[in-house]
Structure formats: structure tokens, C-alpha cells
Ligand binder design. Structure first.
Ligand code: FE2
Length: 504
């Protein structure tokens, strides 16, 4: 990576089981620090791990209708356009035949398998494809060992289940062991449809009975999202917020799990990602697709390589070295634009200072090209370092200089940010002028209270009328016209609630 350093410095298993939607045929019965070794990259994986196992990949084109996935036009990302092109009708010549000895709807407790140190999790879900990853324990000295053979099973019953061989690579995962990181991408699925899944290791089912749903076929239903920022601390507050989210998920399942960065403290190492991220949220992430944005702490190790390799995000950024650093996804009426306020923004900002520079390949130009194609969706943009903040250490001027003009140009009604460990909501703004959503104003939120020690506020500003120093998460319901959020603190109290209507 040719990046410069930053210049600016018991909800448990039961909850996971009940959290899925539908799946009428599912059975109701239920039976850690980096070691400094040189790691194989995804490209080293003979199975093309970036996009899965060669049976599928991202959307057939980097277009707005495609919803995530790799961009075959760039020749990277491990996608399989031929398979995806035929996804709508299910099995294709590129897909493995259906029929399995495994019933993916039969519950198998991942907690009962000591080798399964990372429970299965759902990533990069489109209308007809999704990725599933999981990890089994590996010794620190793994060279020369034969990796386990993982298999992913997706369907409703053995007769209609597809078995996907998982790719495997070694990743560090803690002080005492590594991780055989296994993943596969399942294609040929139907939009807005529930499926069961299970995973096997060396022919034995290690976890199963999870229910997942592909992206909706249309915009009719509201999207239910949970948002946290600055959360992977390993502190008790992280667990308490997690438990509140689990309760809310049990009452009304979340469709998407979104973050505003600084996902892992102190410096986003492989080991910290496992012990402060996946260990805390393993139950919820078995069924809620996770989409992170990256913060400065995530960039703290090898320019965020541990994050890029553990989270499987849409690869629709154009520059190969920027893939998964920023991306977009569509989910029913929601268009989520996950931007990167770290090194890609730093590069962007330097370009702003040099007006004659060729900026076409910069992040903000990419965002403009993407947003130009969005039709009649509720757009939420997210990044880590806030454009505006009344926290003691203030906002991040490059974000205001580079990202805000894009938001204003395309009338993005809502921006979610992190970095400052507190909660803030601005008035709708154009520049520093208070206006309305109707006139194109952008509402900026800082949601940085997911579990890391809180910050103090500085002086009040008129542009930010709501601010609370509290651990919290955000619970939102998105339709084509509205985003309705409530903000819940660590004592389950509602500290803010708002609705933004872009159609009025
Ligand atoms: Fe941060």
C-alpha cells in the first residue's frame, strides 16, 4: 500500500437463533496479539478469497443497481460476473448443484465447538449473493500445516441446500493462537428471501440453524438499522451497549449493523479485532450483516490491513488500493455511502490545496459519480472524523472541506460520524449556515459512544443544538422519504430522537 501516515494526526446464542426472519422450514429443535509473521495475502489464496471461492462474487457491474460486490471492470475483487448475471433464477452452470447431507436449518451451537474461535458472520449481502466467514483455531506456528477444509451450507432443507467450499488463509487472532480464516460467497439466491445456513469444518457441522435474509427486492419495507461508533474497547461499556442492542434486536430485528469507525482499540491489530470485536458481537453478527467504516485506530496497524482482511465489504471503490476502504451499499430504500476520513481523505485534502491536480481518482470524485446515479433513495453518508463537533478537540476540517460540498451538492440529508466519544446532532447545514432539509441542509451526527471512554465538550455552538456525553447506540428506521432515529444510552434511556423527511 502506498499510503502516507496520517497527517492530522444470553441473548447470546438464543438471540441469534430467533433473530432471523422467516425460514418456515427451519427446525425448532436445537441441539488472541499478532505474532509478526508475514501473512499470505488474499491474492495468495488459490481460491481467490477476496470474492469468495470462485463460485460467485460481487454485482455484475459497478453500477448503482448492483448493490455492492466487486467491480469486474477493474479486474480485481474475485467476482464471477457470469455467475452473478444468472443469479436471479437461482442455480447456474457456475453454481454447484443443490443437495446436501447437511440440513442448514438444524441448530448447532457454535459455542460447543472449541476450535470455532470465530463464529460465522454475514458480509456483503446483495439481492442474490452474500458472503459468510468464520474462523477456527490455528497454532502460532502454522507453516507446513494442512489447513482445515471449511464448507458453507445455505438453503432450507437438505434437498435444496447448496454446499460452498470455503477458502482458507491464516490470520493472527490473539496472543496464544492464530485463526484459520475461512470464507465463501454464495450466489444464485433470491432477493428478499430468508435462508438457513450452517458451516462445517473437515466434514463436521460446527455451527448451524442461523437465519439470514437477502437484500429486499424493492423499496417497500422500512430498513431497520443499528449504528455504533468508537466501540471496540474491551471495556465493560462495550458489553453493556452490546447487550442493549441484543435486546432491541430481539424485539424488532435489525436488518443492518453499521459503524462509524474506530471499531477496534488500541490500534486495530488482528488480535484486537478478534478479542475486542468478534468476541463481543459474535451472536449478533451471525444474522445481522455488518458494514464498518474505518477510523484512525483501525488504521493503526499496517494502514488498516487487519480490518480490510477480516471484514468483507463491497469492493465498488474504483482505485484498487481503495477497495473496501470506502464503498456503497443499497438495501431497499436505503443507500449507504461509507466514506473513509483517514488516508484517502488526507490525499483528497492535499489535492484540494492544489487545484490543478488531477483529482478524478480521488474519493470525493468517486462519491460524486456514485451519488449522481442514485434515484429516489434515502442516502445516509458515514465517515469517522466529524466535519463539525463541539467536543473539546473539535471537528476535522478536511472532512468539512472535502466531503461537505459533495453532501450539499447531492442534498444528502444525513451524515453519521464518530471519532469524538459522545453524541451530537447539528441543525441542517449548508456550510455553517443553519437551514432546513427541504432546502438541502445536511444534518450531521456524531455517534462515538459505543464503548470507549467518553470525551468532554468544549464551548457550545449554535449549529449543534443537541449534545450529550453518554455511551449510546442509534436505532433507525429508514424509508424512501424518512430516517427516524432514537438514540439510547447505556442505561437504556432515550437521549435523542429525530426524524428527517427529505420529501417535504
Ligand atoms: Fe477516532
Amino acid at each position: 500500500m502506498a499510503f502516507k501516515s496520517n497527517q492530522w494526526g444470553a441473548l447470546l446464542f438464543a438471540a441469534a437463533l430467533v433473530s432471523g426472519l422467516g425460514c418456515s422450514s427451519c427446525s425448532s429443535s436445537r441441539e488472541n496479539a499478532d505474532n509478526g509473521q508475514k501473512l499470505p495475502t488474499r491474492m495468495d489464496d488459490p481460491n481467490g478469497a477476496a470474492g469468495g471461492n470462485g463460485v460467485g462474487g460481487g454485482s455484475p457491474a459497478d453500477d448503482i443497481s448492483g448493490n455492492g460486490g466487486a467491480n469486474p471492470a477493474t479486474g480485481s475483487g474475485g467476482s464471477n460476473p457470469a455467475a452473478d448475471a444468472a443469479d436471479a433464477d437461482g442455480a447456474t452452470a457456475a453454481n454447484p448443484p443443490k443437495g446436501s447431507s447437511v440440513d442448514p436449518c438444524v441448530a448447532v451451537d457454535p459455542g460447543a465447538n472449541k476450535d470455532l474461535i470465530r463464529w460465522p458472520y454475514i458480509q456483503n449481502v446483495t439481492q442474490n449473493a452474500l458472503s459468510i466467514a468464520f474462523g477456527s483455531k490455528a497454532p502460532l506456528e502454522y507453516q507446513g500445516l494442512t489447513p482445515p477444509k471449511g464448507t458453507i451450507h445455505v438453503g432450507h432443507a437438505p434437498a435444496d441446500t447448496t454446499d460452498i467450499p470455503a477458502s482458507v488463509e491464516y490470520l493472527p487472532a490473539g496472543f496464544t493462537n492464530g485463526l484459520w480464516f475461512q470464507q465463501g460467497r454464495v450466489t444464485g439466491l433470491k432477493a428478499g428471501t430468508s435462508y438457513c445456513y450452517a458451516v462445517s469444518i473437515d466434514g463436521k457441522v460446527a455451527a448451524g440453524g442461523f437465519r439470514i435474509k437477502t437484500a429486499p427486492a424493492d423499496d417497500a419495507q422500512p430498513v431497520h438499522v443499528v449504528v455504533i461508533g468508537d466501540w471496540g474497547s474491551g471495556q465493560i461499556e462495550e458489553a453493556k451497549i452490546r447487550d442493549l442492542i441484543a435486546v432491541a434486536h430481539r424485539e424488532k430485528p435489525f436488518d443492518l449493523f453499521l459503524t462509524t469507525g474506530d471499531n477496534i482499540y488500541g490500534s486495530g491489530t488482528y488480535g484486537e479485532i478478534q478479542t475486542r470485536g468478534f468476541e463481543y458481537y459474535k451472536e449478533l453478527w451471525t444474522t445481522i450483516p455488518l458494514y464498518v467504516t474505518h477510523g484512525n485506530h483501525d488504521y493503526g496497524t499496517d494502514q488498516a490491513q487487519p480490518s480490510l482482511r477480516n471484514y468483507i465489504l463491497p469492493e465498488n471503490a474504483e482505485r484498487p488500493e481503495h477497495k473496501e476502504r470506502y464503498y456503497y451499499l443499497e438495501w431497499g430504500p436505503l443507500f449507504w455511502l461509507g466514506l473513509d476520513s483517514e488516508d484517502p481523505l488526507d490525499q483528497n485534502f492535499l489535492q484540494h490545496l492544489s487545484p490543478k491536480a488531477d483529482r478524478d481518482q480521488q474519493q470525493d470524485r468517486w462519491a460524486r459519480r456514485v451519488l449522481e446515479k442514485v434515484k429516489d433513495k434515502f442516502v445516509i453518508a458515514a465517515w469517522h472524523k466529524p466535519a463539525h463537533s463541539t467536543a473539546e478537540r473539535g471537528g476535522h476540517p478536511p472532512a468539512a472541506a472535502v466531503f461537505s460540498p459533495v453532501m450539499e451538492k447531492f442534498r444528502v440529508p444525513l451524515v453519521l460520524q464518530g471519532h469524538n466519544h459522545l453524541y451530537e446532532r447539528s441543525h441542517p447545514l449548508i456550510g455553517l449556515n443553519i437551514t432546513t432539509t427541504k432546502t438541502g441542509g445536511v444534518t450531521y451526527i456524531v455517534t462515538g459512544g459505543g464503548g470507549k471512554s467518553l470525551y468532554d465538550f468544549g464551548p457550545e455552538k449554535e449549529i449543534i443544538p443537541v449534545r450529550v456525553k453518554a455511551y449510546h447506540y442509534m436505532d433507525g428506521l429508514i424509508t424512501k422519504c424518512t430516517a427516524s432515529f432514537k438514540v439510547i444510552d447505556i442505561d437504556a434511556r432515550q437521549i435523542d430522537a429525530f426524524e428527517i423527511n427529505r420529501c417535504q
